[in-house]
Design a protein around this ligand. Structure first.
Ligand code: MRU
Length: 345
């Protein structure tokens, strides 16, 4: 189950909006198709979105029919379209900046096919780096997972949300591979049920013991002593450690704090945005009302009811025990330690 796969001149996208009922792939041949797939959440999860836009950018260069001189302004249009898809996950902007820099570096390359080749190579590198980073996150994160731990996770920060292996689920996978006999509680994650549909599916496929719970059950489980540890992914981490992740993460963090349960965020450094000082500056995507009034085609609320549907929330740094990255685990104070981490090679 690969979230995305480059097929030479198209991007094969596993349509996650249909999982687990149907396994359907879309073969995107244009940057606009990649943008649509991101908006419709066929491909989702911060690192997967980052890699997808990198390939979308390369597809733009493949589509371009004009002369060499006109390429940069066409690529600006491509970038604008891809940037307008989803605002919260910084990996999207990070990957596009890498692609844009690569294009600038080859300003002396006259041959358009050579430019295209260089851009595809860069997108491949972004995807490969993601796979490597996730395995390292898994290795570092495994250190904080006790034997027989009951781990609660929210949304899906797994292989489907990345190019391979996952971040929060990467830590869980590694702990399972290390024979720690862990067990996972997966929050179902309303309104789009990434926990129920995707996390449960991924863990079951890997034979990692998992129990699905509704979002409003987490507090009860914690009160009963059934949760030892929380690990979640991230869409953007501010310079002070405040972390945007799927809506509901903040509630889980507050609950974990109230019950003295460690709460970890697992994310690659491409999710850290030092340009954003605190979580208040992170743009939060508000998604269509329909996602709340309907649940996969079935009406679950009065059709005219007012709806508010923010897709993410921000967990203040004070509730985060540690941030697990490919370079190691960052402890508070985050304002100091994230900066140190980012300057370290
Ligand atoms: O709206 P989604 O499904 O893209 O949200 C995904 C999440 O919030 C993930 O936890 C986050 O992107 C980290 S994925 C490794």
């Amino acid at each position: 189950m690969k979230s995305i796969e480059w097929l030479g001149n198209s991007l094969r996208i596993l349509d996650q909006s249909k999982l687990p009922v149907e396994t359907v792939y879309r073969n995107a041949l244009s940057y606009k198709e990649v943008a649509e797939a991101i908006e419709h959440m066929e491909v989702r999860g911060a690192p997967a979105i980052g890699a997808a836009v990198a390939y979308g950018y390369a597809l733009g260069a493949i589509e371009y029919q004009g002369d060499r001189e006109g390429l940069p302004s066409f690529m600006e249009e491509v970038q604008d379209r891809l940037e307008a898809t989803r605002p919260t996950a910084v990996n999207l902007f990070w990957a596009l900046r890498r692609m844009e820099d690569r294009l600038r570096e080859c300003w002396e390359v006259e041959d358009l096919d050579e430019v295209r080749r260089i851009l595809i190579e860069e997108a491949n590198r972004i995807a490969e780096d993601d796979c490597k980073m996730n395995r390292l996150i898994g290795q570092h994160g495994n250190e904080i997972v006790p034997e027989k731990a009951n781990i609660l996770t929210h949304c899906n920060a797994g292989a489907l949300a990345t190019v391979e292996y996952g971040t929060a689920l990467g830590v869980i996978r590694k702990a399972h591979e290390a024979g720690k006999n862990i067990h996972v509680y997966a929050d179902e994650t309303r309104p789009l049920l990434q926990g129920a549909r995707l996390t449960a599916l991924e863990l079951m496929k890997d034979k990692i013991p998992v129990t699905l719970i509704a979002d409003n059950m987490a507090g009860y489980l914690m009160q009963q002593g059934k949760v030892d540890l929380v690990i979640v992914g991230a869409d953007r981490i501010a310079a002070n450690g405040d972390t945007a992740n799927k809506i509901g993460t903040y509630s889980v963090a507050v609950l974990a704090h109230a019950h003295g349960i460690p709460f970890y965020v697992a994310a690659p450094t491409s999710t850290i945005d030092l340009k954003v000082a605190t979580g208040q500056e992170i743009p939060i995507e508000v998604r269509p009302d329909k996602e709340m009034r309907e649940c996969f085609g079935l009406q679950v609320a009065p059709s005219e009811v007012n709806v508010y549907n923010p897709a993410f929330d921000v967990t203040p740094a004070k509730y985060i025990t540690g941030i697990i990255t490919e370079k190691g685990i960052v402890a508070p104070p985050y304002s100091v330690n994230l900066l140190k981490l980012m300057v370290r090679s």
